[in-house]
Design a protein around this ligand. Structure first.
Ligand code: UDX
Length: 438
């Protein structure tokens, strides 16, 4: 099959590389020339080493290429995946202009092309969008009928940044939403080599599954944070509590880690969009509002631990380790580092920050603080440090680095360091939902 992927972002490139690995010919189309050039030279426009390695192989072998010519790419392909972004607007509603523009382009290309093609929406869109926005634009642009002259499916993705390729090749499930049998069959056949459970639904249900999944993951995290915030005030280690809670098979152990809150390109955006849609429908989504409210106060929990330890932050030098929304990525979208640093500055602290990969992106958000070129340099002379992203290399910090601090105090904002190792390295450990282990 010849596959076209519209949008050379995380989802588009992971989808393109996955189908390339399954021996299909892939064209990635994007209006951004810099991205197209990067892909054609085997480079990703973001940090995801395993995906980049496979991309390079496919580009070299000629089975994956990128272009700015969307209509040409669509004309050349049998199946077209719309993977463009749907960013949040200030109200929480998603901006579907990129999806509309992609649909118009695909519609125009369908008009000129012969034969039956399948269009698949993979972008995260609120329930009803594929049917009431994408479909009419495709039909108007092409002068053809969906379900008759061309196919239409909705096929959400569930990948996590940092494991984009693995999550695409071995997804937990494949959801195929469609309004007609022929479209669904083509997409199910395409996914035949992927041995994951497959669920056939209508278009709106497929769209809702994505939102419901992310809302649940976000709920688990905010629940963990609420429990952690109570535990720390009771002098109980929340990690032990949540570990035991997660042993109940009805609950499960994953996404129960307390911290400074969830960020990234999906969880905050999708929960806000679902909340906004529910409100439009006249329903007040209390759980979604509350889980977002818990998320917004979590950075203050880290600041509170620092204040308790230092007795006020005015003039204190604070090292912030990790600026990405989580370790292992260079993405700073909705990173909790931003409200964290802003609160620290608001309390008069002098902040120095470091991240192994995300520093350039964070500097664009906040150009005015000091940046260090290594974790060791960041810690040097600091009154305390707070770890905001779970980069594995922060686990290797030891006596040498901590001894250069004015006060060797480590606040673990992600509960991923080993308190004992930190203590053995001569530093005081404080964790979210843990308090102090001396
Ligand atoms: C998420 C979903 O996991 C994925 O299924 C969806 O398709 C896209 O959104 P991603 O954005 O890559 O993926 O991030 P994820 O690994 O889920 O982490 C999101 C945030 O939650 C991070 O800030 C992380 O630090 C935080 N988190 C995660 C916690 O605070 N506690 C946890 O237990 C898990």
């Amino acid at each position: 099959m010849r596959i076209c992927v519209l949008g050379a972002g995380y989802v588009g490139l992971a989808t393109g590389v996955m189908f390339g690995e399954l021996c299909h010919e892939v064209i990635c189309a994007d209006i951004d020339r810099t991205r197209v050039r990067a892909v054609n030279s085997g480079r990703l426009p973001f940090y995801e080493p395993p995906l980049e390695r496979e991309l390079r192989k496919l580009v070299r072998s000629g089975s994956l290429k990128a272009t700015e010519d969307v209509e040409w790419a669509v004309g050349e392909s049998d199946i077209i995946f719309i993977c463009v972004q749907t960013p949040s607007m200030p109200s929480g509603r998603i901006d579907i202009r990129p999806v509309k523009s992609a649909s118009r382009n695909v519609g125009r290309a369908l008009k000129k092309s012969q034969g039956y093609k399948l269009v698949v929406v993979k972008s995260t869109v609120v329930p009803g969008t594929t049917d009431s926005v994408v479909k009419p634009l495709l039909e108007a642009g092409s002068n053809k009928k969906a379900g008759k002259d061309f196919g239409l499916c909705m096929n959400p993705e569930f990948l996590q940044e940092g494991s984009a390729l693995k999550d695409s090749i071995e997804p937990s499930r494949i959801v195929v939403g469609s309004g007609d049998e022929r479209s669904a069959k083509i997409l199910l056949d395409l996914y035949k080599p992927v041995k994951s459970p497959k669920i056939r639904t209508d278009l709106r249900t497929a769209e809702m599954i994505k939102y419901a999944s992310n809302a649940f993951l976000a709920t688990k995290i905010s629940y963990s944070n609420e429990i952690a915030n109570i535990c720390v005030r009771l002098g109980i280690d929340s990690q032990k509590v949540l570990e035991a809670v997660g042993m109940d098979p009805r609950i499960g152990p994953r996404f129960l880690k307390p911290g400074l809150g969830f960020g990234g390109s999906c969880l905050p955006k999708d929960v806000k969009a679902l909340k906004d849609r529910a409100k439009q429908l006249g329903y007040n989504p209390r759980l979604l509002s509350t889980l977002l409210a818990i998320n917004s106060i979590q950075p203050s929990e880290g600041v509170r631990l620092l204040e308790m330890e230092l007795g006020g932050l005015s003039g204190k030098k604070i090292a912030v380790l990790g600026l990405a929304f989580k370790g292992g990525v260079d993405d700073v979208r909705e990173t909790r580092a931003l409200p964290l640093v802003m609160e620290l500055l608001g309390k008069g602290a002098v902040v120095t920050a470091f991240d192994p990969m995300a520093m350039a992106n964070f500097i664009r958000l906040m150009p005015t603080i000091r940046y260090a070129s290594s974790a060791a340099e960041c810690l040097n002379g600091a009154d305390a440090c707070i770890v905001q992203a779970d980069w594995p290399e922060f686990k290797k910090l030891g006596r040498k680095e901590f001894s250069s601090m004015k006060h060797p105090i480590v606040v673990d904002g992600r509960r991923f360091l080993d308190p004992e190792s930190v203590r053995r390295a001569g530093a005081k450990y404080l964790g979210i939902g843990f308090g102090s282990a001396e």
